[in-house]
Design a protein around this ligand. Structure first.
Ligand code: ADP
Ligand code: MG
Length: 357
């Protein structure tokens, strides 16, 4: 059912995105990045691809770390241990391999990785690689919302990834990120001194649905419930093309069967969530909080750099230097609250705009 609000895990529930699923399944490079705004369907596409791969998939949902101010090796070791249960169930022989890792305890399908053994992560990957080699498969490690790992202190994950990229030929990574700027910052792809510099990565970008796609999504989704479809253009104008909001709309619409009311509920739900996400973004940035808000309000209908600068200056009644404005805008773009369209800064989605109107 297209309107099921949870991330999709099987192909029949996923509308379109065939090419994207195939590209993830193909594992064309040691690292595949799946990029897109929140609610573009990254988790869904990855989970569907994973369900169709003939390989063990170690799925780490880094969103669990979203509320943590910083992360240690222990967080990662715990998450990886938990994520190994599922592939071991599917490929029971994996257990025997993983038991060789120093600092790991395997009981049934429960894996605990000691956070005192720093080398255990490399070893887990090496044994996954060996299992894959000897069994003619690949081992796939998914890190969903990988940018959250930027907060990891005292352990160099990039070095580990680079080592794995170069040496563990049967281990593949799929990493998603909704804060694209942050994900790039985390991987330091453009930093010549970084371990991953210059490594090729396959990039799968998930765009919002176009009007045409949104229309088919709503029509086919409604048909699954035997409900006549709404006026798709009107819905699209109000909630935009992000699959997550269209799904929420559809889910509401098939139960209340009232277009206006469903739009109202979707907008109000989305605006609340976006405001919460923005408040979360502002945590620890108290000095610039007012400036970020002024910029978002001034950019709700798109605005040029100079207009945004003027808006901040007007709100404070004094001059602000250019570098500061540029820094604020870059952060908003990195976190996906704004995007650049030519010379203009715009909210990437109509509901983000609505949250600041
Ligand atoms: P992301 O991981 O990018 O934030 P999710 O995969 O969690 O996005 O999707 C957000 C919501 O949209 C979920 O309710 C999911 O079921 C729905 N969804 C996303 N893409 C599709 C799709 N192609 N077909 C049907 N539903 C989708
Ligand atoms: Mg997700």
């Amino acid at each position: 059912m297209y309107f099921d609000p949870r991330p999709k895990t099987s192909r029949e529930d996923l509308f379109d995105r065939e090419e994207e699923v195939e590209r993830i399944k193909a594992l064309r490079a040691p690292i595949t990045l799946v990029l897109g705004l929140r609610r573009a369907g990254k988790s869904s596409v990855i989970l569907v691809a994973a369900s169709e791969m003939p390989h063990p998939v170690v799925y780490i949902d880094a969103r669990r770390f979203e509320a943590e101010p910083y992360l240690t090796f222990k967080h990662v070791a715990e998450a990886l241990g938990e994520a190994l249960a599922q592939p071991m169930r599917r490929f029971p022989k994996l257990r025997e391999y993983l038991k060789n890792v120093n600092g790991i305890s395997v009981a049934g399908f429960e894996v605990k990785i000691s956070w005192r053994e720093r080398g255990s992560l490399v070893e887990v990957l090496e044994w996954l690689n060996r299992w894959a080699e000897e069994n003619g498969r690949k081992a796939v490690v998914v890190i969903d919302e990988a940018q959250e790992l930027t907060k990891l202190k005292g352990y160099n994950l990039l070095k580990l990834l680079a080592y794995s990229y170069d040496n563990l030929r049967n281990v593949y990574y799929v990493m998603s990120g909704s804060k694209m700027g942050l994900l790039k910052k985390f991987l330091k792809l453009e930093d010549a001194g970084s371990p991953l510099y210059g490594r090729y990565m396959e990039v799968v970008e998930l765009r919002p649905f176009t009007l045409e796609e949104a229309k088919r999504f709503l029509e086919e989704g409604c048909r699954q419930y035997g409900v006549p479809p709404p006026d798709a253009e009107k819905v699209y104008r109000a909630v935009g093309g992000l699959p997550g909001w269209l799904t929420y709309f559809g889910y509401t619409y098939v139960s209340v069967r009232d277009e206006e009311e469903s739009i109202r509920q979707t907008v109000s739900y989305a605006v609340d969530l976006i405001k919460q996400e923005f408040a979360h973004f502002l945590e620890g940035k108290w000095a610039a909080e007012k400036r970020y808000r002024v910029i978002m309000e001034a950019a709700a209908e798109c605005a040029a750099w100079s207009e945004l600068k003027r808006a901040v200056e007007a709100s404070e009644g004094r001059r602000i230097n250019d570098a500061e404005i540029t820094r604020l805008l870059k952060n908003l773009v990195d976190y996906g609250f704004l995007e650049k369209r030519g010379d203009l800064y715009c909210p990437p989605d109509p509901l983000i705009a609505a949250a600041f109107r």
